[in-house]
Design a protein around this ligand. Structure first.
Ligand code: FE2
Length: 322
């Protein structure tokens, strides 16, 4: 594995992530200068995010959620509002476009995923911003999904074709009320924007979900068939699914991910191949070791992200693009 001058992994591909220092003489990092530069070069940066998978901006001069909001707005891209998403995560809004990246406890690792790939509605891009790095740990791992498919095509071709041909369905149990103690504790009321079971059922029917109500008031919902491997139309294929996070998130104590993900035809996934994919993804991963004021744009079609465990206070904010 090659390593670029900033420590990025290359894999014979465009350097990943692309690093852009907005104030090379960092003693003069100024938010006003960054806002001008981001506005002037927004198309270039967006294209770089597509080509490289992610762009990391150092020395933005930004410090607060409001500063981050202003930087995101420089790109002139449409907002993807969290309340309209079907995300399972519980979040706290900071501004109209900015929210806390995830409220899950610091010892919960969030494994690699494409944002909301387990739902029919997902953002095209994500911005992250570091308001305060953790005392230790807390990196944001990112992984090029097209590089992962390229490796899998070589090592597990039948698995790639099964994912591409059959697609995947996801089953998830949602509590009646938000559970901030879980990384995926968003309630069915919030997820489907419904205040009654009947309203929830109407929304699920529109989206192609099937579901079972449980005696404790929770809802076990199954998605329509979603992509396993997606063709981007530019010669690249990506592992656009939630297999890695779903498999890695299960403990060894008799729990099985088989109840939560199947192929689109209901068939069981080959666990050994999924684990191999998890292992290759980890090999391809670059950790963003955050410094205060850094911002990243991640193309959600190309690049997966996650969260390492940490100690101390960690304030990473996020903003999603439709
Ligand atoms: Fe995420």
């Amino acid at each position: 594995m090659d390593s670029g001058s900033n420590g990025q992994s290359c894999h014979d591909q465009p350097v990943f992530p692309y690093v852009c220092d907005l104030a090379p003489d960092s003693s003069h990092a100024s938010l006003a200068d960054s806002l001008r530069q981001l506005t002037g070069e927004r198309q270039t940066y967006t294209e770089q995010a597509r080509r490289h998978g992610a762009v990391l901006f150092r020395n933005t001069g930004g410090r607060t959620a409001k500063d981050f909001d202003a930087m995101v707005r420089c790109f002139g891209l449409p907002n993807f509002p969290y309340e309209k998403s079907l995300s399972n995560a519980v979040r706290v809004e900071k501004t109209e476009r900015v929210f806390t990246a995830n409220e899950a406890p610091s010892d919960v690792r969030i494994y690699l995923h494409h944002e909301m790939a387990q739902t029919p509605v997902f953002p095209s891009k994500l911005f992250f911003f570091c308001e305060q790095p953790a005392e230790s740990g807390g990196a944001t791992p990112i992984c090029r999904s097209d590089c992962l498919v390229a490796r899998l095509e070589h090592e597990l071709p039948s698995f790639v074709e099964a994912c591409a041909g059959k697609g995947l369905r996801y089953t998830h149990t949602m509590p009646a009320d938000d559970d901030p103690g879980s990384g995926m504790g968003r309630s069915w009321r919030s997820t489907f924007r419904a205040d009654s079971r009947a309203g929830c059922e109407v929304r699920m029917a529109e989206l192609g979900y099937s579901a079972v109500w449980n005696s404790d008031g929770s809802l076990t919902a199954t998605t329509p068939v979603l992509s396993g491997v997606k063709n981007l139309g530019d010669g690249r294929r990506v592992f656009f699914n939630q297999l890695i996070a779903a498999y890695s998130g299960f403990g060894p104590a008799g729990e099985s991910p088989d109840d939560s993900i199947t192929f689109g035809d209901g068939g069981k996934l080959p666990a050994d191949m999924v684990w191999k994919a998890c292992q290759i993804a980890e090999e391809l991963t670059f950790d963003i070791q955050w410094q205060t004021g850094e911002m990243a744009i991640v193309d959600n079609h190309i690049t997966m992200h996650g969260r390492r465990t940490f100690s101390g206070v960690r304030k990473i904010l996020a903003s999603l693009i439709a």
